[in-house]
Design a protein around this ligand. Structure first.
Ligand SMILES: NC(=O)c1ccc[n+]([C@@H]2O[C@H](COP(=O)([O-])OP(=O)(O)OC[C@H]3O[C@@H](n4cnc5c(N)ncnc54)[C@H](O)[C@@H]3O)[C@@H](O)[C@H]2O)c1
Length: 371
């Protein structure tokens, strides 16, 4: 069986999860890992039986047999490391969000175009059963004119680090670039942009908040300075609108989840339901998503190409399917997200062009990259 030789950079929480996922993909062969934390590197190397271990990214990228590199570092490291990966002649997988700013994400996209290497961003929701079902209805035109999208993500109290789970690097702009809007919004917004065929953003306004008390010791250690709640209203070409509400923490009941509304039908995602009118009756349609998945894996040939982000990536590298344009979807997701930050800062709506002009690099200098 033809296999892809992969290296993983950053074997923290998500890096380890990626190793567990690769173990379930027969065509994936993880041949090397890299982490600046030697203790963690050796712990993970021993646990998963990976012999080739590096603390220096640049040195690992010199290894010729490595075809693809998976970047599991914090947001503001994504751009410099992904760029180095692609310039080293290797295909690149990168964790979400694409980067800590639109400017950095754009740079990654440009390096992808310049080098001709494949760049794939982890946008997990586009492989969901709900997304696959929605795509069938949307592609067949059953929704009629789609005029509104809703990106909703709810956590009652689950800000990374300060509320328990996750590293402190999630909650300060130096390492993450942003808070709930980046971290959670990326999944929901990218799902909607993918389903609606990447509409062109015209303008966006929004607000960000961090109002709820937290453990003061953890606030200080982490340098928490990002939003726990982000809200926004965006307008895309043709008048298509998107409202966004992404909460890491909020005193309230769960939001109803994301949705897409059209003139003939609407879709809500949690759980998947199609809402329409038949014979003057308002109808709600549920679907057996398990059955669809079962058929995909038995009757239809191309199923496993889209099982999850890593599966898709490995299959695309082997030429079994076309790589979905996740770099472009992630770039456009980042545009509207950072637009909300600029709108909060300026106290007004901002245009897509302004976001491009205002956005600056937040990329960190990576000391273990240059040789
Ligand atoms: N934790 C999650 O549940 C989760 C889920 C989805 C996506 N992500 C994304 O994954 C990325 C990493 O998050 P995480 O939770 O795994 O963080 P983490 O802190 O657990 O892991 C990051 C790892 O990178 C290593 N590292 C830091 N600087 C390095 C360098 N210069 N060279 C090599 N290694 C270096 C650290 O030692 C650490 O082991 C973030 O972009 C995040 O948004 C995380």
């Amino acid at each position: 069986m033809e296999k892809v030789k992969i290296a993983v950079i950053g074997v923290g929480i998500i890096g380890e999860q990626h190793l567990q996922n690769y173990a379930k993909i027969p065509e994936a062969d993880v041949v090397a890992i890299c982490d600046i934390n030697e203790e963690r590197l050796n712990y993970i190397g021993d646990k998963y039986g990976i012999e080739r271990r590096f603390t220096h990214i640049g040195k690992m990228l010199l290894e010729e047999d490595i075809q693809a590199v998976d970047v599991c570092l914090h947001n503001n490291m994504h751009t410099p490391v992904s760029e180095a990966v692609m310039r080293a002649g290797k295909d690149c997988y990168c964790e979400k969000p694409m980067s800590g700013s639109f400017a950095d994400a754009k740079r990654m996209y440009e390096v992808m175009e310049e080098t001709g290497k494949k760049l794939h961003i982890q946008l997990g929701f586009i492989y969901n059963d709900e997304t696959k079902a929605a795509k069938r209805y949307i592609d067949s035109g059953d929704l009629g004119k789609i005029y509104h999208m809703r990106s909703y993500g709810f956590r009652r109290r689950n800000r990374p680090y300060v509320d328990g789970y996750g590293a402190k690097e999630f909650v300060n702009t130096t390492t993450s670039g942003g808070g709930a809007m980046f971290d959670m919004g990326v999944y929901h917004i990218s799902q909607l942009l993918y389903l609606t065929g990447l509409p062109k953003l015209e303008r966006v306004s929004g607000h960000t908040y961090a109002e709820i008390a937290m453990d003061e010791g953890r606030r200080e250690i982490s340098g928490f300075n990002v939003e726990e709640l982000g809200v926004g209203l965006a307008t895309y070409e043709g008048g298509l609108s998107l409202d966004i509400l992404e909460a890491w923490a909020i005193h309230g009941k769960p939001f109803p989840g994301s949705a897409i509304y059209g003139s003939d039908a609407g879709i809500t995602f949690e759980p998947f339901e199609l809402h329409t009118r038949q014979h003057d009756l308002e109808i709600d349609v549920k679907a057996d998503l398990w059955q669809r998945d079962y058929l995909d894996h038995t009757v239809y040939a191309d199923s496993a190409h889209y099982d999850n982000s890593q599966h898709h990536w490995v299959h695309a590298l082997l030429g079994k399917c076309e790589l979905l344009p996740t770099a472009k979807i992630a770039l456009e997701t980042q545009r509207v997200q950072e637009g909300i930050y600029f709108s909060q800062k300026l106290g007004r709506e901002v245009t897509a062009e302004e976001i491009e002009q205002l956005s600056e690099s937040k990329a960190l200098e990576i000391l273990n990259l240059a040789l």
